[in-house]
Each structure stands twice: as structure tokens, then as C-alpha cells.
Write a protein that binds this ligand. Sequence first.
Ligand code: TEU
Length: 544
Amino acid sequence: MKQTKWWKNAVVYQIYPRSFQDSDGDGIGDIPGIISRLDYLKELGIDVIWLSPVYQSPQDDNGYDISDYYAIHPEYGTMEDMDRLIREAEKRGIKIVMDLVVNHSSDEHTWFTEAKKDRSSKYHDYYIWRQGEKGKVPNDLQSSFSGSAWEWNEETEEYYLHLFSRKQPDLNWENPGMRQDIYRMMNWWLEKGLGGFRLDVVDLLGKVPDEKIRENGPRLHEYIREMSRETFQKYDIVTVGETWGANVDNAKLYSNPDGSELSMIFQFEHIVASHSKEYGKWKEAEKDFVTIKKIFTNWQKELHGTGWNSLFWDNHDLPRAVSAFGNDGAYREESAKMLATFLHGFQGTPYVYEGEELGMTNVHMEDLSQVRDIEARNKYKELKKEGWSHEEIMASINHIGRDNARTPMQWDDTENAGFTTGTPWIGVNPNYGEINARAELADETSVFHYYKNLISLRKSQEWGEVLMEGDYTPWLEEDEDIFLYIRSLHGKKLLVLGNFHDKERKIALPVKIKTVLLKNYAEIQLQGDEISLRPYEALMAEVV
Ligand code: TEU
């Protein structure tokens, strides 16, 4: 096999530290808790952990507001714990990827506390300021977390920019000194033996606030290439950028195989396809499966040989995959496995979000007091002002809110799902009696075991290369229920087939099934070249 980047056949598992495992009974997940669960992840077969931020932070946005990049948030543990996590993971063949949040810092970072005191401070220019009159914002740029993106600073009598909460002031990437400070910090972490970085909202680094340009600013790729030269290229690591504003053209820059920028990006076309124009995700249109398939097909074809895809259904900002795209009622297990089949058959690096491998579902909240997420809490007030009723807003939050992904990991059927002996910082999903890791580990037909088998197929001598490098041929592209595609390499062919919906469908296969490798019903229903697919039925098979 030719020399390839190790991350091309890796599977990444995302941990949201606050919600994964508490070790000291304060109701908040922590690093020692993660260490105690490494054997579980080893059993699943993943190669990389992407750890959402554990740096010191006032936790206005659960750690995506960093006040010291060189320290661990005390609720999560100590730097010794972090070093131990890296070593213990390494012993199990697992690399740790940290979240790099450098579009903004916390307003409690010393850079900002210095910057806001005095216009002549060296750190003033580390942030983005505009003169103005109190009460008269520079322009109508909006924060992603509701309201104006400009906040008045009394001491220097100017506005600063915050594309997220007012406690997340945007860093000024035009300042070369600031950039060098960031690179120094990144190298300091990489020297500890990290597996890489996930770069938070990296497509915002080149923003031009006066022109209201957020994503894809003119100097964006210049900054990323500089960062890559100064840091990534000195190490054998994986890097993945979060880019809501990506398209296939700039994806080829970001994930250029020459290694000049990143390994890959997260693109969100399949997620935003159902968002509405006026209310974005808060008022979603029906999901259109034909569109979703076309989006995946386009990315598969466009990046083949020219870039690299990352594959995901959910993360800590999104509703649970099985609730958003599958069926979290009668066909929860079938549809969770079907979604995994669809995704893991593609070329790219799959990401599994904590609990996805159990088929964990969205949660139901009645009241704002149960909601923890700053985005949803701010949105509640905004929509209330616009005349939405409490019920309408809660329905939207329950459907799409970020807390869905952030309820505690369901380890077993004991109190608080085995997450904590204390009071969890966010309510546990009441369905933990039925859906939990202990039960699924003991059941060979569980969602957990299905993921485990999918991951081991990707690692296998037989199919690893086909999955990693094989060509991609879609069939039935206009079919509203069925996905059917074939991955092929050196004469070997892998069929990926499934029913995305709950009605039964019979289709004619364009190929002959030789061996079924994975399936989510006990037996397939094949007659000649016709196959009947039950609700959410899916399979992978060797075909000729
Ligand atoms: O998310 C980027 C982002 O744009 C989110 O606000 C996203 O649009 C939203 O959650 C979906 O409605 C990243 C992080 O993943 C997120 O957790 C942070 O809150 C955000 O950046 C700010 O750092």
C-alpha cells in the first residue's frame, strides 16, 4: 500500500468533557472521568479523541470562551490530568485532538482585560475596536448568539466586536504579534504529543466587519497557510477546521493534499439544507433526502483526489443524529444503524459524537430553567420579543437546540445514568434506563456493536483500502427513500444500501450480492436481483 496519511483511515470520537463522565461528584464531567472511560473507547475501536475545550474558562459558552490557553479549567482537572490523559490514550493507540478556539478569546483573558483598559496597551490591537457614540453601534452586524455583534466599552469609549457572546471578543488576526502568540501556544501544546487540532469557526478569521464579511474574508487562507507553516507542518498530526461557510471550491484549498493548510474541514451543507431563510435553524423545513444525497455525492466526487472529506451527522452544536435524521421512536435502533451505514461507507474520516454510538436521542425540556445553552437562552428572549409563544419557542429548542447533544452520556441504568454521583449540571435524558452503554455492550445486536463492526471493517485488510481510496458510484439518485452506492478499488466492490424512511420498498439491484458484511435486520430479503427493504433497513455487502 502506498504511503498515506494515517488519519485517512482513522475514526474520530468527539468528547464534550462537561457531559462525558464526572469523577468527583460535582455534577460536571472531567478529565479523570475521561481517563476512566478510555477502555470503552478502545473497545469501540476509535483512533482519535476530539476533546471539546478544557482550557481555563469562565464557561459562558462551555469552554468556547478561553481565558488562559495554557491552563486547564479547574472543574475539569489539572495540567497533570491532561498530560496523563494524553499518555493513557497513547497506551491504547488513541490520539488526542484539542479544540483550538482562536477566533475569539474570553473577555476574562488578560489580553482583553489589558486591551479594554487602555488604547495604548500592546494588547488593545489584539481585538477589534470601532469608535462611535454610546448607543450608536458601528453597523448592524449581528452576533450568532442574538443581538448586535458590537459591545460598548466604557473605559476606552469604543465598541469591540463579538461574533458570539459579549464574553467572547473577536481576536484581530490582522495583528502579526497576536498571530505569533497563538502559534507559540499551539506549538507548546503540540510538543506535549497531541494528535492535532480541531479549529473552531476557522472560516471567520479573515472577517472584515466594516463590510459585514464574516466567513471567507480576503486574507483567510493566507492566515491558515501561515499557521500551518508555523505549527502543523512541523508535526505528524490531523487538523480539521469548522467551516459553516465552506463550499467545494474553498474546501480544495483548506484540505489541499499538498498539506499547505489543514487535513480536512467540517462542511455543513447537509445540515443547513433544511434551515429556513428567515429564522435559520429555528424554523426548519422538512428534510429532503434527495437533496441530502446530492450534497454528499457532490462532496464525494469533488474532493476525490483533490482534498479530503470529514463525515458527520451530529456534534455538540447539533441535535442528536437519530432524532434529526432517523426515527427516535419505534425504529430507533434500526435507523441509528442505517444512518451510520450511509455515512461510514463514504470516502473521508468519520466522526462519532459521544452517545451517537448508543443511538442516544434528543431530550425534552418544558421550561427555560432547564435550558443551559447560551445560544438557546438568548434566542428564547429574542423570539419572545418577536411574538413567538413559549410553546413555540420550546418546541423549536427541543427540536434543534444544542442542549440535545449535551445531556450526560448514558453509561448505565443507575441514578444519573452513571454520569455522576452528584447533581448533573444539565438534566439527564430520562430514557437512560433503556438506552445506555452497559446494556448495549452486553447485546451483540446493539447500536454500539454495529458501530464497532463498521469501524473494524474500515480497519480490515480486506475492505480498509476500498473504503479509504475506492471510487464512488451512486445509483437511484432521484429515489426519495433509497440510497445505493458502490465503492470500488482494484476490482473489489462494496455495496452500501439502505432505506432512509419507514415505508417498505422493493428495488432491483444493479449488482449481485456475494457476501453480506453488515446488516441491521437478522436476514436480508433477496429474491433474484430484487431486494425488499424494511423500514430503515441498511447493509454493506461485497458485490460482483
Ligand atoms: O460553533 C460555531 C457556530 O457558528 C455555532 O454558533 C453554530 O452556528 C451554532 O451552534 C449552530 O446553531 C463553534 C462551536 O462549535 C460552538 O460550540 C461555539 O459556541 C461557537 O463556535 C463559538 O465558539
